[in-house]
Design a protein around this ligand. Structure first.
Ligand code: HEC
Ligand code: HEC
Length: 273
């Protein structure tokens, strides 16, 4: 028994040393040109699909066949998805071709996945890939409209897609609904989808925490925002949605933050004191 335990801890220690050597020695090739081993790819793919299927199991799918819904889905797809996923006869943009993993061909996905799984992915995105969570950019009805359209992709020829998009009025996303009560926890989650941590250190968020903008530790108890605006919820919301309104020369970009998201961000930032 004792010898077994000793052998086990010796093995664990050896593995830990080997892992440290691989990580700190820079032995792992992180380049996008170094493809996964086939078993690694397979494991990641199965883990993704199982994770999605499990989380989508309870979703109730609304009717997806109404023509206005399909037209809306087409215009949203053409505005937000085609750059990465392509469409019949349309290649993804150059930046998307080299993503690892490469964005899937969704005509193929639509044949294989149930609509609830498609909806879950579009809503929540996929960690460690370039797939964003669209719940922060598209209203609920729009998420379903995109899914409805993706379901139709396998039936479309390149010519169909071309003709359909040529006939489209310029598409505008539906206004995101505003709930009344700001929700700091939701704000914290949504912040990850606006790349705030690429420029700020924000307590509670994991990321590069780069000091491009000021660290936001203690922002809840500061008197001013960006040195000029009294730190009150409405001012914070205004700042987050349109920093150039307040300081035209500010390096903080307008990230297209939705009204609800800004309220939730402000609520989260107010907790940082
Ligand atoms: C910035 C690029 C990018 C954009 C924009 C994007 N996606 Fe993705 N998407 C990806 C990547 C990367 C993956 C993960 C790899 C993959 O496809 O499995 C992915 C995965 C998916 C999947 C799972 C597919 C599968 O078979 O694994 C679906 C469904 C999906 N995206 C739908 C959409 C829809 C609908 C939109 C538009 C609202 C969209 N995506 C916008 C990059 C993007
Ligand atoms: C591209 C970098 C960049 C991104 C992305 C960015 N910010 Fe900023 N932010 C800045 C800079 C630079 C400033 C300082 C601007 C100034 O004072 O005019 C700033 C200022 C701020 C301030 C005021 C800080 C203070 O000390 O008064 C807040 C609050 C803030 N940002 C929140 C956010 C949130 C929340 C996000 C994500 C939704 C975000 N920022 C995304 C660069 C960025």
């Amino acid at each position: 028994m004792k010898r077994g335990l000793l052998a086990l801890s010796a093995t664990a220690a050896t593995l830990a040393v080997a892992a440290t050597a691989v990580i700190y020695g820079g032995l792992y090739d992180i380049s996008a040109t170094d493809q996964h081993l086939a078993p690694t790819y397979r494991i990641l793919d199965v883990a993704m699909r199982r994770s999605i299927a499990r989380r989508a199991a309870e979703i109730v799918v609304p009717p997806l066949d109404a023509p206005p819904m399909l037209e809306r889905g087409l215009s949203l797809y053409d505005a937000h998805c085609v750059q990465c996923h392509g469409a019949p006869g349309v290649a993804p943009e150059p930046f998307a071709l080299g993503l690892t993993p490469a964005p899937a061909n969704l005509a193929h996905t639509a044949r294989e996945w149930p609509p609830a799984d498609l909806y879950w992915v579009v809503r929540n995105g996929i960690k460690m890939t370039g797939m964003p969570a669209w719940q922060f950019r598209l209203a609920e009805a729009d998420l379903w409209a995109v899914v409805a359209f993706v379901e139709k992709l396998p039936e479309l020829s390149p010519r169909d897609y071309d003709e359909l998009t040529a006939a489209l009025p310029p598409g505008r996303a539906q206004e995101m609904p505003v709930r009344n009560r700001p929700d700091p926890e939701r704000g914290k989650t949504a912040m990850q989808q606006y790349a705030c941590v690429t420029c700020h250190r924000i307590p509670g968020l994991v990321g590069p925490n780069a000091p491009v903008g000021p660290p936001l530790d203690g922002i809840g108890s500061r008197t001013y925002i960006a040195g000029v605006l009294r730190n009150e919820p409405d001012n914070m919301i205004h700042w987050l949605r349109a920093p150039q309104d307040i300081n035209p020369a500010s390096a903080m970009p307008d990230l297209g933050v939705g009204e609800q998201d800004a309220r939730d961000f402000a609520a989260y930032l107010a907790t940082l004191d």
